[in-house]
Design a protein around this ligand. Structure first.
Ligand SMILES: *Cc1c(COP(=O)(O)O)cnc(C)c1O
Ligand SMILES: [Zn+2]
Length: 411
């Protein structure tokens, strides 16, 4: 621990003191801050062999995480999630190496636990007592739970139609939940007022430097899980784009440490038809997006925001890596959510299922080789999304032989 050197503005490059509680760059006023480490020192002190014997959670990468004193780590065992080979799906698609990184096994039910663990730990270290944030739902749940464990007060604003599991998760952990009409940008405006009035730390996506660090560990794990190599393709369901930026940052750090020669993975962002801001900017050759105001998708983690401060970083990662943005519709996502459960046994969230729908498109367009190693990033558990599907069941009725009916096929 203690390898964190400074914070760097992703926009203007200005360096900032990482021991100061802050949000966006105070020089250019718009840039998100990224944590920078003394990577040559990390490379000297840390070996892959030493890593192999460490705890099976994301804090195995402590040298590449921002906390200085172990005492401040707020952890529930997040990370080191399984990398499942999907042989049946692979066979169907004519692809030999399809994998699912299953973040549904993280505490709180989604990969938001990684960002929350890193951020809440660092805030605890910096002495922050209360935070506020807008969320599509899952980040609020994760921050409420980690906040409870750290003794930090949490205020969460989310769209009133967020999956029911999320306000309940926040509430049971003692978070204060504000249900706000409209899309997540309205929740952001709302909580912004609370942040100004009460001085809560602003833990919104990309407005603080630490969530990226937690999500970065997904990239470090993939490196280890592929035996010290990178996969060829990653498909990532994109909301604010934190995870996509973070995984690319992890690979950059591994490269700087000399653990890999090149960043050979193609990064594919998956967006829905109802929110395509990255796709539009990529097609138009732009370095940043324009707000996508008419958001029509029902997939919570992909329904905006209309604009993310991380968009320019996402576009950069996609271009540098030779990836693309893949667009899928809600219907295809929900169909693949069922399909992957029925063929592979993994009950994943709709956001995660979008990566399978996108993989079909990528395969159809010839954008992928038969033997390439593909990672579908499943960001959470399907168990948080009870409203999204109906169970096919045989219900007892007087005078009906359910077994005969079952044999005829469950409708
Ligand atoms: C937040 C979230 C996403 C989007 O994550 P970003 O890294 O912000 O793009 C995807 N899936 C689920 C389940 C989420 O909760
Ligand atoms: Zn700046």
């Amino acid at each position: 621990m203690g390898y964190l050197s400074h914070l760097e503005c992703a926009r203007c490059g200005q360096k900032h003191d990482p021991s100061v509680v802050q949000n966006l760059c105070r020089s250019c006023r718009f840039g998100p801050l990224l944590a920078r480490y003394e990577l040559d020192r990390v490379a000297r002190d840390l070996t892959r062999e030493a890593l192999a014997g460490r705890s099976a959670d994301m804090w195995r990468y402590a040298e590449l995480l921002p906390v200085n004193d172990r005492e401040n780590i707020v952890s529930m065992g997040e990370g080191w999630t399984p990398l499942l080979k999907l042989d049946r799906i692979g066979k169907e698609l004519g692809l030999a190496n399809v994998y699912l990184k299953d973040e549904g096994l993280c505490p709180t039910g989604t990969f938001k636990a990684r960002g929350a663990s890193a951020c809440v730990s660092k805030l605890k270290e910096l002495g922050v007592r209360a935070l506020g944030m807008p969320t599509a739902g899952n980040a609020g749940g994760a921050f409420s739970c980690y906040g409870a464990r750290a003794g930090i007060e949490v205020h969460v604003a989310m769209p009133s139609d967020a999956p029911e599991s999320t306000p309940k998760q926040c509430s049971i952990a003692g978070g204060t939940v504000y249900l706000i009409e409209g899309r997540v940008n309205r929740s952001a405006d709302f909580i912004g007022e609370g942040i100004t009035r009460f001085g809560w730390f602003n833990a919104a996506t990309f407005k603080e430097p630490w969530r990226v660090e937690g999500k970065k560990t997904m990239g470090l794990e993939l490196f280890e899980q592929f035996g010290g190599e990178l996969p060829d393709v990653i498909l990532y369901p994109t909301g604010g784009g934190v995870g996509l930026v973070a995984i690319w940052k992890a690979f950059e750090e591994l490269q700087a440490m000399g653990w890999i020669k090149n960043r050979t993975t193609r990064m594919y962002s998956v967006q829905t038809e109802g929110c395509q801001r990255l796709k539009k900017a990529l097609d138009e050759g732009k370095d940043d997006t324009e707000p996508w105001t008419n958001i029509t998708t029902a997939i919570p983690g992909m329904a905006g925001p209309p604009y993310s401060l991380g968009d320019s970083l996402c576009l950069k990662a996609i271009r540098e890596s030779g990836g693309d943005v893949l667009i899928v519709d809600d219907e295809a996502i929900l169909a693949d959510m069922r399909h992957i459960a029925a063929t592979e046994g993994t009950f994943i969230c709709p956001e995660g299922a979008s990566t399978l729908a996108a993989l079909r498109r990528l395969r159809d367009s010839g954008g992928i080789g038969r033997d390439e190693r593909v990672v579908l990033l499943n960001t959470g558990s399907g168990l948080k999304y009870m409203e999204f599907f109906q169970a096919k069941v045989l219900r007892e009725e007087p005078g009906v032989d359910l077994f005969t009916r079952a044999a005829a096929g469950v409708a």
